[in-house]
Design a binder for this molecule. Structure first.
Ligand code: 5GP
Ligand code: MG
Length: 181
C-alpha cells in the first residue's frame, strides 16, 4: 500500500492558522470563561498540537480523551468507547478530532459532555467525509469548524493511521488498496 498525498503539509499549515483565528473569535463571544478543548486521541495529536498554538487567546484548558470506533480496521464498528473524558461542568467546550466520518464518535462524545454538565459544546475536525455520515438519533451531525471536506477515501498521515502506521507523514494521504465499506 502506497500513501498518495491528498492535502500537502503547507496547505494544512495555512488552514490550521485560519482555524485558530476563527476559534479565537468564537471563544471571544464568552468573555470571562476559560474555554476547554477536549482532543480525541490518538488521531488528533498532530492537529491539536498545531491548532492550540494557532489560537491567539491568553488562556485555555487542554484535555485529552480517547475515543475509538474502528478498533484496528477501516470500517467504523458502530460502537464507540470513550475513556478519560474530563469533567467540564459549566464549561465552554470545543471537541477536536481528526476526521468526521459516520459521526458516531463525535455524537457520542458530545452527548457525554452534555450529560456531564458542559454549558456549551462545539466541535472542530481537520477532515470531514460527509458522504459517509449516518443519522444518530435521527440527526446527521455537522461539525462547527471543519478544516477540509474530502471525498470518501481512506486517509492517513498528519496523525491518522492504518493500524498504527503512517501517523508520522506530514501530508494527509490517500491509502491505495484500502477498501472502505
Ligand atoms: P466516525 O465515528 O465518525 O465514523 O469515525 C471517526 C473516527 O474514525 C475518526 O476519529 C478516525 O479515528 C476514524 N476514521 C474515520 N475515517 C478515517 C480515515 O479515512 N482514515 C483514518 N485513519 N481514520 C478514519
Ligand atoms: Mg479518531
Amino acid at each position: 500500500m502506497n500513501p498518495v498525498p491528498l492535502i500537502r503539509a503547507a496547505r494544512i499549515r495555512g488552514r490550521v492558522r485560519q482555524l485558530g483565528r476563527e476559534l479565537a473569535g468564537a471563544f471571544a463571544g464568552n468573555p470571562g470563561r476559560v474555554p476547554a478543548i477536549v482532543a480525541l486521541l490518538d488521531g488528533s495529536f498532530c492537529f491539536v498540537a498545531d491548532l492550540v498554538r494557532a489560537i491567539p487567546v491568553p488562556d485555555l484548558r487542554l484535555h485529552f480523551a480517547r475515543a475509538a470506533s474502528y478498533h484496528g480496521g477501516t470500517v467504523s464498528s458502530g460502537s464507540v468507547t470513550i475513556d478519560a473524558l474530563p469533567s467540564c461542568v459549566g464549561a465552554d467546550v470545543l471537541v477536536v478530532d481528526d476526521i468526521l466520518d459516520t459521526g458516531r464518535t463525535l455524537a457520542a462524545v458530545v452527548a457525554a459532555l452534555h450529560a456531564g454538565g458542559a454549558a456549551r459544546v462545539r466541535t472542530c475536525v481537520l477532515l470531514d467525509k460527509p458522504a459517509r455520515r449516518v443519522p444518530v438519533d435521527g440527526v446527521r451531525l455537522r461539525a462547527d469548524f471543519v478544516g477540509f471536506t474530502i471525498p470518501d477515501r481512506f486517509v492517513v498521515g498528519y496523525g491518522l493511521d492504518h493500524d498504527g502506521r503512517y501517523r508520522h507523514l506530514p501530508d494527509v494521504c490517500v491509502l491505495d488498496g484500502v477498501a472502505i465499506a
